[in-house]
Design a protein around this ligand. Structure first.
Ligand code: C2E
Ligand code: MG
Ligand code: MG
Ligand code: MG
Length: 284
């Protein structure tokens, strides 16, 4: 009797898990191959200063150009990459490519800064600080043109986060807190962390005409009170952009200005913007 039960439990629990594990292993192999074959590409989404309409920088967002499946979103493969550790070489590729391409853009647009997303796995890696310094040296990008995005989850162990961030800041890069407001850490850690910017998660930007109205202005003031810049993510409409500008939000990023764009298209966007054809003009 007991043997049969054990067998059925085994089948019930182990089979789906084995299946998931198998899929992860298969995807890890695919990701490794993608890296070797050069199937990854960085898209760039502009970050706009709301008072002037100037492009201050851009966020580098990875895409996987899969030969059969087409463009794959990072929401699909980044979690698996993190669980299997292959995120380390992928993010090395991301940082190197972002630094190289930004270095090229600086020739024409000397004030741009590029933001890259760090993964928790990497953030806690002792060798990351040295690796970052090496990549900056190798690519020749001056460190203050690189911004690293971390999340509240990575700052949960505040003491450790302060130690790591202090080392990173010593290199000369800036730090942004991504998806701000969605994490579960207490707010007290904020004043202790050496960060330069809060990126308000796009969930707060939705329905700003409605009841959530109380939250956005409060986050903007909080940021300014602790002496950091505030950027709103996921700005999709003129109403949202104008509202944020009125509330003194420093910067914005979102489909209203531009979606993430391949390098060449992003370069064209910068050129158009230089000729004052940007949508920010409509807000005036
Ligand atoms: P994130 O860092 O919060 O990036 C913002 C996401 O919001 C991007 O999705 C972007 O395309 C999307 N977005 C931008 N504007 C709008 C808008 O107006 N409305 C809406 N609804 N969405 C908007 P994406 O590119 O699919 O990236 C998803 C997440 O994947 C990123 O979230 C980031 O956490 C992660 N990720 C992307 N690239 C990398 C990378 O190179 N390394 C690592 N570790 N993570 C990455
Ligand atoms: Mg980000
Ligand atoms: Mg974000
Ligand atoms: Mg987000």
């Amino acid at each position: 009797r007991s043997r049969k039960k054990v067998v059925s439990e085994f089948l019930f629990f182990e089979e789906p898990m084995a299946h998931v594990l198998h899929e992860k292993i298969a995807m890890e192999r695919e990701l490794r191959r993608a890296l070797e074959k050069g199937e990854f590409e960085l898209y760039y989404q502009p970050q706009i200063r709301l008072d002037s309409g100037t492009v201050t920088g851009m966020e580098a967002l990875i895409r996987w150009n899969h030969p059969e499946k087409g463009i794959i979103s990072p929401y699909t493969f980044i979690p698996v990459a993190e669980q299997t550790g292959i995120i380390i070489p992928i993010n090395e590729w991301v940082i190197r490519t972002a630094c190289q391409q930004t270095k090229q853009l600086l020739e024409y647009f000397p004030n741009l800064s590029v933001s890259v997303n760090l993964s928790p796995y990497e953030f806690e890696n002792r060798r990351f600080v040295d690796k970052l310094a090496r990549l900056l040296e190798e690519t020749g990008l001056p460190p203050h043109h690189l911004d690293l995005e971390i999340t509240e989850r990575m700052a949960m162990d505040t003491e450790q986060a302060i130690a790591i961030l202090t080392k990173l800041k010593a290199i000369g890069v800036t730090i942004s807190m991504d998806d701000f407001g969605t994490g579960y850490s207490s707010l007290s850690y904020l004043t202790d962390l050496p960060i330069d910017r809060l990126k308000i998660d796009r969930s707060f930007v939705r329905n700003i005409q409605g009841k959530k109205d109380a939250i956005l202005p409060a986050i903007i003031r909080l940021g300014h009170n602790i002496g950091v810049k505030v950027l709103a993510e996921g700005v999709e409409t003129k109403t949202e952009a104008a509202y944020l500008r009125d509330k003194r939000c420093d910067e914005a990023q979102g489909y209203y200005f531009a979606p993430p764009l391949p390098y060449e298209a992003f370069l064209n966007f910068l050129r158009r913007q230089q000729r004052n054809e940007l949508r920010i003009q409509e807000m005036k």
